[in-house]
Design a protein around this ligand. Structure first.
Ligand SMILES: C[S@@+](CC[C@H](N)C(=O)[O-])C[C@H]1O[C@@H](n2cnc3c(N)ncnc32)[C@H](O)[C@@H]1O
Length: 314
């Protein structure tokens, strides 16, 4: 018997199916397949004849998604890889053009709850935090090897941690730090418990995870490849949980849905840019109050949708 972990609860499932405009016989790519929750809903809504390619950089996610999607055998394929290569992954498999692509960014509950992977200050474990265990950089490398200034920069930028400088200085003084508990203790000593319900290490752990996995670095390039994979009328859906991620998605979608991206004030257009996308709804969609009550992780989700305009192939 293979152990089945507690599943990650997929967020905004109805909005994803609606945003992707899933139809029977359609072809879809789930760029962050995770535990396969959205993938399963897409396969159900695209039956009969729907096909899905699921990608994840985490081998454990691929293993769990394969179990979860077993009832749809023959209608899906799973690839362990980084969505920064979604264009090549799909073309190598003849999986283009497609009717829709989904990005459900960030981390899954399975990853947070896997104590030994070091994503959470609630479990004592080595400071790892890699989504792909074959990546070279771990959280311990950053905590013990980066300069105080670089540590403060990521704590502030990726964690919006008000005590970024003080925490960075305390980390440098306390080195070496090898476990989540050691790091969490140092942060607690500096940032205290405060008046908010947030644990003082929450922001710093989020910042480290984003830095370890270079989560923001590849997003724009991946969205651009996704756009190229869509057939005319195909849909792109992006769910983000962090303001920087959402800013990248929002500015990419805005730019690619504009016919001119010249700086304001020029007397005539010089950029020669043409829109590839049409925004579906000007604002990001948010989860309903009922969903947030049932799944607090959905609280910060923002979902954006765009549709591909006519491609060269028609
Ligand atoms: C929020 S979870 C997705 C959950 C999934 N939608 C479900 O219904 O179970 C995000 C997943 O994206 C994966 N991921 C994050 N960045 C990635 C990247 N650059 N390439 C491939 N997978 C990535 C993570 O490993 C994680 O499994």
């Amino acid at each position: 018997m293979v152990a089945m972990p507690t599943f990650h609860i997929p967020v905004m499932v109805e909005e994803v199916i609606d945003g992707l405009d899933v139809r029977p016989g359609g072809r879809y790519v789930d760029c962050t397949v995770g535990a396969g929750g959205h993938a399963r809903a897409i396969l159900e809504a695209s039956a009969p004849g729907g096909q899905l390619l699921g990608i994840d950089r985490d081998p454990e996610a691929i293993r769990v998604a394969a179990l979860r999607l077993r009832p749809f055998e023959g209608s899906f394929a799973l690839v362990r890889g980084n969505f920064s290569e979604v264009g090549a992954i799909c073309r190598q498999r003849g999986f283009a053009p497609v009717h829709g692509l989904l990005f459900d960014l960030g981390i899954s509950s399975m990853q947070i709850e896997s104590a030994e992977r070091g994503f959470s200050f609630q479990h004592d474990a080595p400071l790892d935090m890699r989504m792909d265990p074959s990546d070279p950089l771990t959280a311990a490398d950053i905590v013990n090897g980066w300069s105080e200034a670089d540590l403060a920069r990521i704590l502030w930028r990726y964690g919006e941690e008000p005590a970024a400088r003080r925490i960075a200085a305390a980390i440098v003084r306390a080195r070496p730090l090898m476990t989540t508990s050691q790091l969490s203790r140092v942060i607690e000593q500096v940032a205290g418990r405060g008046s908010t319900r947030l644990h003082p290490a929450t922001r710093a752990f989020q910042a480290l995870r984003i830095a370890v996995n270079r989560e923001l670095d590849v997003l724009e390039a991946a969205l651009s490849q996704a756009c190229d994979l869509l057939g005319s009328g195909g849909r792109l859906v992006v769910i983000s949980f962090h303001s920087l991620e959402d800013r990248i998605a929002k500015s990419f979608l805005r730019r690619e849905s504009a016919d001119c991206v010249c700086p304001p004030g020029l007397p005539e257009c010089r950029c020669g840019h043409h829109s590839l996308l049409r925004l579906v709804g000007r604002r990001a969609r948010r989860p309903s109050d009922q969903e947030v009550a049932a799944n607090p992780r959905a609280r910060s989700a923002r979902l954006r949708v765009a549709e591909r305009l006519l491609t060269k192939e028609g």
